[in-house]
Design a protein around this ligand. Structure first.
Ligand code: SF4
Length: 295
């Protein structure tokens, strides 16, 4: 397989075939992110991508299918124009016919550039889910972290994906508003998620990674990460405030201090009760130790 640099994928794509179709992230400016800082964004040559699909098909001919899903890497493969994505999806369908779902990262830019008709064509060709790192529903926070998209654009993206029949998994980042914007980050994230009403929401916890602009902001005093318990309070405020019709909500990423996995609204009362207990007791032994956390 032709893999360039470090590879990243959402936790739920752990057993997927990772097919690298772009290198890096076309935005590459979010202040907390160091995933692709060492990579200059560029699409990979089609020949290389198709050779990787052939290699996976050959391997599976010998061993039987080793995966049911394919995840298109790197940071925002959906930024590729449909005329490049469609032959990739068609090759997956032809050469790996047992694949049940293709997923990718996408954001307000890559979804915004495509019409509902284009997204529908991509879904018909096999694209089943888009993972969208929205991080916050608060405009001031989005601007501070240089997310490159607005709250309204996230809401519009959700509507387009829904109309096209593509599942939408939205990630939010506890603590990313810092201490000063913590309250409005939680309240506006809950309000924005309610308007988006996605099928999946994942809440991750901010880690200040050395060498990132966020680390520089922390050194200069313009950003202060909220305490662990304040970040759990943010999670509680989001769960309490959000109104979703039927959503798998998880906060069980490696970065989180307390794993939560539930269906909302069904489990809302039980989750709030569990969070209240931990927040009230302030018992650090209930939280994941720093040494076991990861990005
Ligand atoms: S869009 Fe995603 S991959 Fe790109 S810089 Fe932001 S967080 Fe990192």
């Amino acid at each position: 397989m032709d893999y360039v640099g470090r590879m990243f994928r959402p936790p739920s794509e752990a057993h997927s075939f990772l097919l690298q179709v772009t290198i890096g992230c076309s935005h590459n400016r979010c202040v907390y992110c160091d995933m692709y800082r060492d990579k200059q964004f560029r699409p990979k040559p089609m020949d290389t991508i198709l050779a990787d699909i052939d290699e996976a098909a050959e391997l599976c001919k010998k061993t039987g299918p080793q995966f049911r899903r394919v995840f298109l890497c790197d940071g925002d493969a959906l930024i590729l124009p449909s005329k490049k994505l469609l032959p990739i999806l068609e090759a997956i369908r032809t050469k790996l016919p047992w694949v049940e779902r293709v997923g990718t990262y996408g954001d307000t830019r890559s979804i915004g550039r495509k019409s509902v008709a284009e997204l529908t064509t991509l879904r018909e060709a096999g694209l089943g889910i888009v993972y969208h790192g929205m991080e916050s529903g608060d405009e001031a926070v989005l601007e501070r972290i240089d997310k490159g998209g607005t709250r309204e654009e996230s809401i519009a993206s959700a509507a387009k994906l829904r109309e096209a029949g593509i599942a939408h998994s939205v990630m939010v980042l506890l603590g990313v508003g810092g201490e000063d914007l913590s309250k409005q980050h939680a309240a506006n994230t809950a309000a924005t998620l309610s308007q988006m009403d996605p099928t999946y929401v994942g809440a991750l916890t901010t880690t200040v990674v050395p060498g990132t602009p966020l680390a520089q902001m922390e050194s200069s005093g313009s950003f202060r990460l909220p305490s662990k318990f304040r970040m759990l309070e943010e999670l509680r405020e989001i769960v309490a405030g959000v109104e979703l019709s039927d959503c798998r909500f998880s906060a069980n990423h490696a970065s989180n201090y307390l794993p939560v996995r539930c269906t909302l609204p069904r489990d809302k009362a039980a989750v709030l009760e569990a969070l209240d207990k931990v927040i009230t007791d302030r018992d650090e032994r209930r939280l994941k130790p720093e040494s076991l956390r990861a990005l």
